[in-house]
Design a protein around this ligand. Structure first.
Ligand code: MG
Length: 161
């Protein structure tokens, strides 16, 4: 059996000199305002995985008011989500991720980000695809007030045989 899930996340830019994307630190003129490390790609991915597994969302499992997750490395949270999904009998078939941002541009980091995500998921690199687009200057994202990410995930049931 296969199950599909989608995820979306957005974070506002704030003070700082880098953003976390797929577990990598990318130098930027701003950071993001967030309780954890504000990694929009991983947050969208986790929500998509939880959605596909019928296991709620990251706000339920990692409440933003919970001090345990203050400044959390989202790769640790992702590994926990992988365990939750596995406990329900599923593994990741593939994920397709889209970053929506005017800045920073990630073309030169794309392969490294995919490698980082695949490592955190403990899957082959070929199961992770990352796309990037801009908002064409439209709206808050277009004014470079923040960054957003979308994720689509397909989970595959692990054979119990
Ligand atoms: Mg988030």
């Amino acid at each position: 059996m296969m199950r599909i899930g989608s995820g979306y996340d957005v974070h506002r830019f704030g003070a700082g000199d880098h953003v976390m994307l797929g577990g990598l630190r990318i130098a930027h003129t701003h950071g993001v305002v967030a309780h954890s490390d504000g990694d929009v790609i991983l947050h969208a991915l986790m929500d998509a995985m939880l959605g596909a597994a019928g296991a709620g969302d990251i706000g339920q499992h990692f409440p933003p008011g919970d001090a345990r997750f203050s400044g959390a490395d989202s790769r640790d949270l992702l590994r926990e989500v992988v365990r939750m999904v596995a406990a329900r009998g599923f593994t990741l078939e593939n994920c397709d991720l889209t970053l929506v941002a005017e800045v920073p541009r990630i073309a030169s980091h794309r392969d490294a980000i995919c490698e980082s995500i695949a490592a955190a998921l403990a899957v082959d690199r070929t199961r992770v695809n990352l796309k990037a687009t801009t908002a064409e200057g439209l709206g808050a994202l277009g004014r470079s007030e923040g960054i957003a990410a979308q994720a689509i995930v397909l989970l595959r049931e692990v054979d119990s045989a």
